[in-house]
Each structure stands twice: as structure tokens, then as C-alpha cells.
Ligand binder design. Structure first.
Ligand SMILES: N[C@@H](CCC(=O)N[C@@H](CS)C(=O)NCC(=O)O)C(=O)O
Length: 207
């Protein structure tokens, strides 16, 4: 398997899952917003050939290319069932896993990306400064929903560590970096999961 990624991006969740999985892999760093002639640029034609949006992460496994971080997490989890990163058989547990994943990706992460887009990612003329206030409002709303969903548990589902905990911890790390108002219990969640050996190794590799 080969993962292409970049520090301080959604690539970290995939690298972390690879470290949790025990699978063999290679990691190749990519740079965003650089000249397309540079070999490690996300705009280089060689990279665009595997990721048409010029984004990270990208995973290649045995001739198959994946360009969505959560699909990559699930693929790693299925390739390494003993890692327990994803519930295997229990239909209700799988449903809860799916529910939490959709919640993190579409409710909790969305205001973070909104802030990022309207601060640096969109072309300047497309940025709307008022969106930053809206992002704070939506993040606070998502936190109230998460309080209910997670209900004080140590792990997102089934009292054991899963890819959802990777997603949650990385999303809170992102929220803290972007100066959202993150409640202490979720700062503690980030710290707890980031202290795992696999997370520390992934942080070292991604730089
Ligand atoms: N839904 C995608 C989003 C990927 C994405 O937007 N990645 C960001 C970095 S975290 C990126 O590459 N942005 C480059 C750009 O927008 O030009 C995923 O979860 O993998």
C-alpha cells in the first residue's frame, strides 16, 4: 500500500490508521499550493492522474486508488480485521459506526472546513468573512449533538478504540488549531487518543 499525504491535513487520520493496523505501507509526502512542475506538487500531472482534485490523501493498494479519507480508513480496517478499527459483524454496531462517521464528517468537520475555506483555501474573491461566525455557531451546535451521541463514553462506539476515535481526535485537534471553542472533555479526548503509540509514530512520520 502507498499513502500520499501532507502534514496538518486529513492524511494524518489515514497514516494513524495504517500505524494501528500493522500493515506494511509506504508514505510519500505531497505539497499543496506549489508549482505544478515540482515533482511533489499536488498539481503535478503525475499526481493529478491519481487524484483529479489535486487533494490529499490518496491511497494506492494493489492497483486500486482511493481518494476519500474515510474510504481509506475503512479499507485499512478491512485489510486488517484483527486491528478492531471497524466492527466486523454486529449489524447494530456497524450501524452505530456508520452513524458516528457521518456525524463527524458532515456535522462536526463541516464548520472547520468552512472556516478553512473562507480563511485561506478559497480564492480571495470567493471568501465571505461572515462565514467565520456561522462556522462557530454550527460547531457549537454540533458539539451539543455530540455530547448526546457520545454520552461521556471513553470511546465513540462499543467501548473500544475504532477508526471513529481517530476521526474524532483528529477533528478536535483541527478545531483546537483553528481556535474553535472546544470543551475541555474533547481536548482531553484528543490528548488521550494522541498519546497512543501508533498516533505518536504517525505524527513523527508526517512531520
Ligand atoms: N473529502 C476529502 C477531502 C480532502 C481534502 O479536502 N483535503 C485537503 C487537505 S485536508 C486538500 O487536499 N485540500 C487541497 C485543496 O483544497 O486544494 C477527504 O476526506 O479525503
Amino acid at each position: 500500500m502507498k499513502l500520499y499525504g501532507m502534514q496538518q491535513s486529513r492524511s494524518f487520520r489515514c497514516l494513524w490508521a495504517l500505524e494501528e493496523s500493522g500493515l506494511e505501507y509506504e508514505y510519500e509526502p505531497i505539497k499543496l499550493r506549489t508549482n505544478e512542475n515540482e515533482p511533489d506538487s499536488a498539481q503535478n500531472p503525475n499526481y493529478l492522474a491519481i487524484n483529479i482534485q489535486g487533494k490529499v490523501p490518496t491511497l494506492i493498494d494493489d492497483g486500486m486508488t482511493l481518494t476519500e479519507s474515510f474510504a481509506i480508513l475503512n479499507h485499512i480496517a478491512r485489510r486488517a480485521p484483527a486491528s478492531g478499527l471497524r466492527p466486523a459483524e454486529d449489524v447494530k454496531l456497524i450501524a452505530k459506526y456508520d452513524e458516528m462517521a457521518c456525524f463527524v464528517l458532515t456535522e462536526l468537520e463541516q464548520p472547520l472546513w468552512s472556516k478553512g475555506k473562507h480563511t485561506f483555501a478559497l480564492p480571495e474573491e470567493q471568501r465571505i468573512p461572515e462565514m467565520l461566525e456561522t462556522a462557530n455557531f454550527e460547531f457549537a451546535k454540533a458539539i451539543r449533538a455530540l455530547d448526546h451521541l457520545i454520552d461521556g463514553s471513553k470511546f465513540a462506539i462499543a467501548n473500544s478504540f475504532s477508526a471513529i476515535d481517530i476521526l474524532l481526535a483528529q477533528t478536535f485537534n483541527w478545531a483546537i488549531r483553528f481556535q474553535f471553542d472546544v470543551p475541555q472533555i474533547y481536548i482531553d479526548l484528543r490528548d488521550r487518543h494522541y498519546s497512543r503509540a501508533a498516533a505518536k509514530r504517525a505524527l513523527e512520520i508526517i512531520g
